[in-house]
Design a binder for this molecule. Sequence first.
Ligand code: PLP
Length: 471
Amino acid sequence: MNYLSTRGHPDRKRFCEILLEGLAPDGGLYLPEHYPQVDTATLAKWRDLPYAELAFEILSLYIDDIPPADLKAICAKTYTPEVFGSEEIVPLRELEDGVYLEALSNGPTLAFKDMAMQLLGNLFEYELARRGAELNILGATSGDTGSAAEYAMRGKKGVRVFMTSPDGRMSPFQQAQMFSLQDENIHNIAITGVFDDCQDIVKAVSNDLGFKRKYRIGTVNSINWARLLAQVVYYFAGYFQATAGNDKPVSFTVPSGNFGNVCAGHVARMMGLPIHTLVVATNENDVLDEFFRTGIYRVRAAADTHETSSPSMDISKASNFERFVFDLVGRDAARLRSLFVDDLSGQARFDLSAAPEFKQAAERFGFRSSRSTHADRLATIRDTEKRFATLVDPHTADGLKAAREHLTPGVPMVVLETALPIKFAATLVEALGHEPARPARFEGIEALPKRVVKLPADVEAVKAYIAQNCD
Ligand SMILES: *Cc1c(COP(=O)(O)O)cnc(C)c1O
């Protein structure tokens, strides 16, 4: 399998080459040259596999430069009940008739990002050892990516993590999860700004090819193809659990920020998994909802990014969206560039409302969307506790609300649970008047000593810090 850039760079790369990279050299995102097709016979064969083996089967279709026995061992080591809390790894439960919650948040940091990041940590360790190389991971997080990356990479040989986050914008629990790590190879950088500033810094550093090479900069943001690929697996696992041996379609609703999670659903659907609808759930930062409703993509400035009670979705520039648009415009890289490079650099908007592709987003690719507000979130959290004795986090609540707006009779709707409520305790308290349960291993973490530096939203300042800490 070869990988290409959405922006048309002529190079083709193998999986392990792009594993340790961020953006393609032309600023595009990597995608496989084609999506391997999975037929009904293969689905039947995969249906009863344990999660780690299912992961191996799917990953094998995209990774041909790691010997199969090694890849299988990496999957087996990653997806264990010890790390993810159950044999199923991503257990599905029916909430109400036809509406399911797929639990993706029982890993080390209690958010779905562990699903991909734990695999990435093991892939990085494997590949770096094989090359005798080192890597400095530079990341941006609004909370969950950072902790997932740090817990996946802590103590790993040959890897350092430099994680930027918007100063003061994460929940106390999230901050404590990250900043309490005392591992030498983990560096927390609090940036005076919002998440998009952090993401811009990571992009700017990654685009400085000289610096990137000299300091062996890699990324673990959701633009990393390996992460996206790891996420494809749980769409299959959710599908199998929601259907009983038939090939009936299933819909998924995905709380979305950077469009990484739902893009994995798009990939699963392109592979032939019978997905009826992919519902993109946003909060008040509704750039994606606006696009799927109107065909207009209008990136907001950092200053216009709302601080909401589902903060991991406070994103106004969805970094993975370009991957979907590439498929939407028939993989025409010149057309893609005209949308994302030429127009977006100046005006940060494009308008496909009159283009035939816009209709296809729904009709051919199955996308729908909804937006939630703080009041919706609180109402959903309350309602879910009252009717089902189940606590959901604010992001999952946004998903549940969106799901109910796009139900199709006879089609199971799977809502991806993207975090556990304890990560966002303040909002749960606001909604319910009581704290959600806290797993014992996180007792008292807010009081632990913190390891973090504060820097301005300035590329040069971040580069200088990395340079200083790379000896
Ligand atoms: C990261 C995150 C999201 C958004 O996922 P994307 O892949 O960026 O779309 C939603 N909910 C939670 C809890 C998250 O951590």
